[in-house]
Design a protein around this ligand. Structure first.
Ligand code: ADP
Length: 244
């Protein structure tokens, strides 16, 4: 069953067309990964999806409501990972979780988020003393505060070390196991391959291929059976061409 239905979505910045006639459905309870090179439009797509950016045209329906007309409902049903700049450095981890919770009618408790993101030991630490990995887990945790049906994460594991990536992956898998739908962007092939149920390859303004990692590999890879090889065959670009 689709929880998200997007039709004929267009977005440009002046003369720069970024998204063109995007049609996409995302199934409830799945992890959908957007894979694409730097500057292809992943963030723009996610911002349109959650109502932070207005598309030029098209419709986005989530849980049967129109995103562009229901900002309030969007805030309650979709958890969005905030930008790092929105972290208030003088607060402790616990304090910012409490603060963000106060914005919602119903929310997970600060303690629940600390445990979900393995942050129990650093609740009393000030945000400006956190490591990159701790900050990233906190940002993902902030997205989970409204206990949303849908969680949207823009590059949730970029710049963090492998152990922290695994912790974040585990938190995302737990969301899925609890029936939540997760939409994330990534430039990591292993993340797309091992974590995502469906991968949408965004290239030249469109999702040119969407499918399970296995299907994409089986259909498009040639000399080696990898997602990376399939990606190169689909887009004509290799990773050194600037996937990140
Ligand atoms: P990605 O997330 O895949 O790196 P973005 O969505 O950030 O891609 O950017 C897609 C394209 O849109 C890029 O060419 C970028 O320069 C341009 N762009 C992004 N945000 C803006 C903006 N606010 N104003 C003008 N151009 C933008």
């Amino acid at each position: 069953m689709s929880i998200i239905e997007i039709s004929e979505l267009n977005k440009s910045y002046g003369p720069n067309d970024v998204l063109e006639n995007i049609d996409l459905r995302i199934d409830k309870g799945t992890i959908f990964g957007i894979l694409g090179r730097n500057g292809v439009g992943k963030t723009t797509f996610l911002e349109c999806l959650v109502g932070l950016r207005k598309p030029d045209s098209g419709t986005i329906r989530i849980l049967d409501f129109d995103v562009l007309k229901n900002r309030k409902q969007v805030l309650e049903e979709i958890g969005v990972q905030p930008q790092e700049a929105s972290l208030l450095n003088h607060l402790t981890v616990y304090e910012i979780l409490k603060l963000f919770s106060s914005f919602y009618r119903k929310s997970n408790s600060a303690d629940q988020i600390l445990s979900q993101m393995s942050l129990e030991d650093i609740g009393e630490k000030k945000i400006n003393t956190l490591s990159v990995g701790q900050k990233r887990r906190l940002l993902v945790g902030l997205a989970l505060i409204p206990d949303p049906q849908i969680v949207v994460l823009d590059e949730p594991t970029s710049g963090v070390d492998p152990q922290i990536r695994v912790l974040i992956w585990e938190a995302i898998r737990t969301l899925k196991n609890n029936g939540r739908t997760v939409i994330l962007s990534t430039h990591f092939m292993d993340e797309a391959n091992q974590l995502c149920d469906t991968v949408g390859i965004l290239h030249e303004k469109k999702f040119i291929v969407c499918g399970s990692p296995e299907d994409i590999i089986n259909t498009y890879s040639t000399n080696e059976k990898t997602l990376e090889n399939a990606f190169i065959n689909i887009t004509g670009h290799d990773l050194r061409g600037g996937l990140d």
